[in-house]
Design a protein around this ligand. Structure first.
Ligand SMILES: Nc1ncnc2c1ncn2[C@@H]1O[C@H](COP(=O)(O)OP(=O)(O)OP(=O)(O)O)[C@@H](O)[C@H]1O
Length: 246
């Protein structure tokens, strides 16, 4: 079973220490939350994990494999996949083809012989995009666009799935369905690491939540414990206390 261990990672942008010896663990079989006020370092954490930024200290391990100095594509092959805060879809393509591209690419480098066309159809059903499979993605509302991104990440058959604010732009019904899907993915053995501002979604689906503030992990624990942690409340008070308590 996969486990991602981010150990004491620091990332510096000039004079700004965006991550300061921050550690996060995401294990297969559960959804792990990563929350924190704006600018806390959540996206930087994802960028460090996937190789878009280079840590100045610390290690990133997938199981026992040290990925810290490994290229982006090797990390993808090792089983990491992510979605982005800003949608990053292939705008000229249909929903189906956005997912198919990733399935085809994976087929080229993977020993897994799963047929990319069949995998694409399976994912369309799984994420609930069958009805719009032939539509161009530019015509979709943001909530569905996020499902396409998720579908594309799933086409890589990830062991660790990093989701950066996947519910933003989704309405309440879509978010509830999305939460159920995340739980299902975790149950199937994926390690899901979720960055999300929708606290009710985080509290519903996460088994463990890590809280970042100004680049530091200030709390780790079960959602209910984290929600009432004084350090967490204080971190959010500067922005919006209701975000975490409400
Ligand atoms: N490429 C960059 N160059 C310089 N500074 C950066 C860069 N990326 C992020 N930062 C800074 O690093 C800090 C952490 O930013 P990051 O985007 O990781 O926070 P976040 O928790 O994801 O915020 P949000 O919830 O608003 O998305 C911020 O101070 C931000 O301004």
């Amino acid at each position: 079973m996969a486990a991602l261990h981010v150990q004491e990672v620091s990332v510096r942008f000039g004079g700004n220490l965006a991550l300061d010896h921050a550690s996060v663990t995401a294990e297969a079989g559960r959804v792990t939350g990563l929350i924190g006020p704006n600018g806390a370092g959540k996206t930087t954490m994802f960028n460090a994990i996937t190789g878009l930024v280079t840590p100045t200290a610390g290690r990133i391990l997938l199981d026992d494999r040290d990925l810290t100095r490994t290229s982006l594509h090797r990390r993808a092959r090792a089983g990491l996949a992510r979605t982005f805060q800003q949608l990053e879809l292939f705008t000229m393509l249909s929903v189906r083809d956005n997912i198919r591209v990733a399935a085809d690419i994976r087929r080229r480098w993977s020993r897994d012989r799963t047929d990319p066309a069949a995998l694409t159809e399976e994912i369309l059903d799984r994420v609930g995009l069958r009805a719009v499979a032939d539509e161009r993605v530019t015509g979709l509302p943001t909530g569905q666009g996020r499902l396409v991104e998720l579908g594309r990440a799933l086409a890589c058959r990830p062991r660790v799935l990093l989701l950066d604010e996947p519910a933003s732009g989704q309405d309440e019904t879509e978010t509830a369905r999305f939460g159920a899907l995340l739980t299902e993915l975790a149950t199937d053995g994926t390690a899901v690491l979720l960055v999300e501002h929708d606290m009710s979604l985080v509290m519903d689906v996460c088994e463990v939540v890590h809280v970042l503030d100004l680049g530091r992990i200030i709390a780790v624990g079960a959602p209910a414990a984290v929600q009432s942690d004084p350090a967490v409340l204080e971190a959010y008070l500067g922005t919006s206390a209701t975000e975490v308590v409400g």
